[in-house]
Design a protein around this ligand. Sequence first.
Ligand SMILES: Cc1ncc(COP(=O)(O)O)c(C=O)c1O
Length: 377
Amino acid sequence: MKENILLSLANEFGTPLVVVDHDIIRQNYLEFKKHLPKVQAYYAVKANPEPEIVNTLFKIGSSFDVASMPEFNLVYENIKDFPEKERQNFIWDKIIYANPIKPKKTLQLLDKYKPLVTFDNKVELHKIKKYAPNAGVVLRLRVPNTGSMVELSSKFGCDAAQAVDLILEAFNIGLVVEGISFHVGSQCANFENYIQAINIAYAVMKESEERGYKIRILDIGGGFPAPYDRHVRPFSELAYMINVEIERLFPNDIQIIAEPGRFLVATAATSISRIIGKTVRDGKICYYIDDSVYHTFSGIIFDHCRYTLKAMKEGKTEICAVFGKTCDGLDTISLAEELPDLELDDFVYSENIGAYSTASATYFNGFPPAKIVHINV
Ligand SMILES: Cc1ncc(COP(=O)(O)O)c(C=O)c1O
C-alpha cells in the first residue's frame, strides 16, 4: 500500500488504524483459482471476519468455512434475501462448518440447513447424530504439520488407523460421510505436508470404497502460506505439487475443496500507528506505539507471527525495541526493529497484517481495537 495513501487515511481517521485493500483480496482469490482451478475455495472466515471482506469474497464467488454460529450468520447475512431454495442451495454447496468440535446448541440451530460439518471422534459423531441428524459429515484426518508456523495436529484429526472404523460407524448410525478433510498447519512452509496428507486421505478413501462406501469430497484444508518474506516459496510451486498429486491419485469426478484463510487476506491489510512514547533502556532506544499485542498485533501471541515495522521517515536506522501501549510487559512488538530516529507522533506501519490480527484483538486496558478502513471495496 502506498505511503501517501496510508498517511492521508491516518490523518483522516486517526490511529491506530488498519487499512484493508479489497483489490488485493480479489487478486489473492483469483491467484488461488488460477493455480488450483479444480479446487473450490471456502474462505476460512476466522482469519478475518470483517463483514466487508466476507461480502467481497461472496461477490467474487468464494465459498466459506465457518467455525461458529456467529461466523455462519456473517455469511448468511449475504444470502438472507435470496429465495428459500437458492439460499438452501448456497448453504449446501458453499458453506462448511469445519470446527471439529461443536456445541449442542449450534448443531440444533444448524440442523434445518442440512449443513456439512466436520468431526474427528466418536463422541462428536454421536452428538451430530443426536442434535443435527440431517447434517452431512466430513471426517478430519490427522496429518503431518511439521514446519508450519501454527501446528493444529495435536488438537484435531483422527489417526489414519481409526479413520475407516469411524466412517463405518457414521454410516451405521445413519449419517453420510460426504468427505475427508485435513489441515497441514497454518502458514505451511513445508509443502511435503500436503503431499503426505493427500496420500493419507487417498488411502482412507480407497479402503472406504472397498468396504462399499465411496466418499465424494476431498477437503485439503487451509495452510497456504502468505508471502510474508522472501523465504516463502511461491504459491504456484505448491499448487503445482498439489495438482500433480491429485491428478495421479484421484478420479476426475472427485470434488476438491480447500479452506484458505491467511492466503486470501494476510497481504490485504496494513496497520498504521503513532509513536506515543520514547526512551532509552540499557543503551537501546525504545518506542511505544498506540497499538499493541492485545490489539492489531495479537498475531504475535496467538498466531506466532512476526511483523516488520516501517517508518515513513528517511534517515540512518538503528536497532530499537517497540512496545505496545498497554501496561503489560508481554506487550512487546519487537526487541530488534530497524528504524530511523523517530519522534512523538511520527507514524510507523506494518504490512501483511490482514490475517489473525484484528480477528483476535481485545479491549485490554480499556483500549478498543484499531479502527478498520476498507478501500477499493
Ligand atoms: C479447520 C480450519 N480450516 C481452515 C483454516 C484456515 O487456515 P489458514 O489460514 O492457514 O489457511 C483453519 C485455521 O486455523 C482451520 O482451523
